[in-house]
Write a protein that binds this ligand. Structure first.
Ligand code: FE2
Length: 702
């Protein structure tokens, strides 16, 4: 929560921001929240963002000025980033004497106190050395070696004397229950006021760990008792005492997690909510920066659908905050719609693996956005990281600056997807946009009537509603161009009260950054069993004909043309393509059209038998390794025939069709040689035919 901005590498990044929404209709207004580490005047304009890959060999930064200035009096204040989840209960009564009971499961106790319950200034807290209670006059402490990942029953009797009792519950047959008590002959009463759970207050003395069943008695009467097993899909903590003292959660602590009574007899919180009556708080949770709006833009009624951004400059510092303008309801601007993978942008929001020598093989900071992320954990995590206490990050939100949801930074997810918008611009193809969030909220209606849907390079995260909508649309003669790899892979859920927040449970298996705890595979937001779509009855192969096969970040390769390309059904695809052996041995994403993350056709996983395999990648670099969910035991493989990207085409029974390229790197090859190459030609051929309403003949007769 500091206003230090000491970023490395000589980069400057002082002004950062986010929008109040991700997509907006013409005629509506979109708000911009900004903060600056050098508060003062900034210049804000609106641009249409065509291409963001400003690397020397990239497609360049291409933007069109839509509104050159939103006024010259835009004053940007400093607004803090305050991490840490907590609960708050307003207006608790004065209590002269009584008893507080709570179950506590620390995951990262430190030397400094972490507040468990703040009762209007009287705090129950934990450190690595024990439990204590403090007020402005008293500090009573019980020296106990505090173990992590163990449940403690904590009981505080206040009034006079003050008694603090701690009992450690055993885990497994090797441990026995332990109990400690301390009594002090002093007065301790609680004044009227607001209570906090899991923090002293917002951003202060935040607790890492789980809390269950806090309850308060006074003069033998129940004052409040919060049952966290109620309303796990909400941010409300319900007082089950009948006194109506409900509270609210902030920064989305994790619910639907194992509580003190979980014994493995149930794996779903829906079957035994009482086993899941805990809430996991983290000192570094952040799902809403809560900044005030600094500027807004009224989208003109005639604005065409597309990808736009607020562009903010303040001296040497620059910030782009992208957003999407949709077509007015019932009035499409084009028959072609680009389905913006905004859920995947959230999943990767502020990922640090990309420049920390991890996933993407890059090990140095190359731009101001990365340098800012390197210096600022306080802007929150992606779904690929761990909290300080080691638990996986389950939630991501767009109510905060997302430094890699930007042009002019690493070409992964958003900025790689601008290779698609750059191509559409280069060929003069009009298109509308719909975001994942729109598709989730509106379902089929969001894409109803569009003839062609284009995906991004990596549409990895799909909610159940999104997947059903796309599947239903395909059944209504839709034509889908899946222009990426590792798509339709993880099931996610959107927060029912706030779709800016998504949830993932990395259950069972998958190529994944962390592993969900046993018994915690069900998503709190929608009750669905989380994990890979291929494990829950909706493989990507069933939807788009191919599914995740391998990943590697040491360079791309080409596709070898296969027999399917010669089939008359594919004649429209290869029309005008001179090369007949190899396609795509070039590109700005690793030097080949097949790379990074690749998908293959596989009948056993649900790929349709009548799909034409047009081309298959080969000769991958040594780092391109098969996905771990397909290994039963690990063993060295010298040559793995299942490591391949299959470019495929198939027709659907309703006259629609699917073209899938199976590679994240693919669209990085479109711009090669001034957009004059076979990858571009193939993709344009497909787009043009898909945009022709003539139904496709379904080739299967029996
Ligand atoms: Fe991914």
């Amino acid at each position: 929560m500091s206003n230090d901005n000491d970023i490395p590498g000589g980069f400057v990044k002082n002004v950062i921001g986010y929008c109040d929404r991700i997509s907006v209709l013409p005629g509506e207004s979109i708000g911009l929240k900004l903060s600056s580490y050098t508060p003062g005047k900034a210049h804000v304009s609106i641009v249409e963002l065509i291409s963001g890959d400003d690397r020397p060999h990239g497609t360049g930064l291409i933007e069109k000025v839509i509104e050159s200035s939103l006024g010259d009096a835009i004053d940007v204040p400093f607004q803090p980033l305050t991490q840490g989840s907590y609960g708050r209960v307003n207006s608790m009564p004065e209590l002269g004497e009584g008893q507080l009971e709570v179950l506590v499961y620390p995951t990262l106790p430190r030397k400094a106190p972490q507040t468990l319950v703040n009762m209007a200034g009287v705090k129950l807290y934990v450190t690595e050395n024990g439990f204590g209670v403090s007020s402005s006059e008293q500090d009573l402490f019980l020296d106990v070696t505090v173990q992590t990942h163990r449940w403690y029953e904590v009981s505080l009797e206040f009034g006079r004397p003050v008694t603090l009792k701690i009992k450690k519950l055993p885990l497994g047959s090797a441990e026995k229950p332990l109990a400690w008590t301390v009594i002090d002959d002093v007065d301790l009463s609680i004044g009227a006021g607001d209570w906090f759970l899991g923090a002293k207050q917002a951003g202060e003395e935040c607790f890492n760990g789980r809390i269950e069943a806090p309850s308060i008695l006074s003069v033998g009467e129940i004052i409040a008792g919060w049952d966290f097993s109620i309303g796990m899909d909400t941010q409300v903590i319900e007082d089950s005492s009948g006194n109506g003292r409900d509270g609210v959660l902030f920064q989305t602590p994790t619910r639907a997690v194992r509580g003190a009574s979980w014994d493995g007899s149930h794996q779903s919180y829906l079957d035994a909510p009482e086993h899941y009556a805990a809430i996991h708080f983290h000192e570094d949770d952040l799902t809403d920066a809560g900044w005030k709006e600094i500027a807004s833009w009224q989208v003109p009624k005639n604005m065409k659908s597309g990808q736009y951004a607020f562009k903010v400059t303040q001296e040497d510092s620059e910030e782009y905050v992208p957003f999407f303008v949709r077509a007015p309801k019932g009035r499409r601007g084009s028959d072609v719609v680009y389905l913006v993978p905004s859920a995947t942008y959230l999943a990767y929001a502020n990922i640090r693996l990309a420049f920390s020598g991890g996933m993407l093989g890059q090990s140095r900071l190359v731009d101001a956005n990365q340098a800012f992320l390197f210096a600022h954990e306080d802007v929150g995590f992606s779904l690929y990281e761990h909290h300080a206490d080691g638990s996986g990050v389950h939630f991501s939100s767009r109510h905060r600056p997302i430094l890699n949801f930007r042009p002019k930074t690493g070409t992964w997810a958003f900025n790689a997807d601008t290779h698609i918008t750059a191509w559409l611009d280069a060929i003069g193809q009009e298109f509308d946009v719909v975001t994942d969030e729109d598709l989730h909220l509106e379902g089929y209606d969001a894409i109803d009537g569009y003839r062609v849907v284009l995906t991004g390079t990596h549409p990895e995260y799909f909610s159940s509603a999104m997947r059903s909508a796309l599947s239903d649309w395909l059944a209504q003669s839709g034509r889908l161009m899946y222009l990426g790899g590792n798509g339709f892979y993880w099931r996610i859920a959107f927060c029912p009260q706030d779709p800016a927040i998504i949830e993932v449970r990395r259950a069972e298996d998958g190529t994944r950054a962390w592993i969900a705890n046993p018994g915690e595979y069900y998503q709190q937001f929608d009750g669905q069993y989380g994990g890979l779509w291929r494990r829950v009855g909706g493989s990507p192969n069933e939807l788009v004909g191919i599914g995740f096969a391998a990943q590697g970040f040491d360079g791309g390769t080409y596709y070898r043309v296969s027999a399917g390309a010669l089939d008359p059904r594919a004649a429209f695809i290869v029309d005008g393509v001179d090369r007949v052996e190899e396609w795509g041995d070039f590109g700005v994403q690793g030097g080949g059209a097949a790379g990074e993350e690749i998908d293959r056709w596989d009948e056993s996983l649900g790929s349709p038998l009548h799909a034409l395999i047009l081309a298959t990648s080969e000769n991958h670099k040594i780092g391109m390794l098969r996905v771990k969910e397909e290994f039963h035991m690990t063993r060295p493989l010298t040559e793995d025939p299942k490591v391949r990207a299959d470019m495929i085409f198939f027709e659907t029974p309703s006259g629609g069709a699917v073209f899938s390229v199976g590679s994240i790197s693919y669209t990085g090859s479109l711009s090669h040689n001034g957009y004059d190459n076979e990858i571009e030609r193939i993709t344009r051929n497909v787009l043009n035919r898909f945009n022709d309403p003539t139904p496709f003949d379904y080739p299967v007769t029996e």
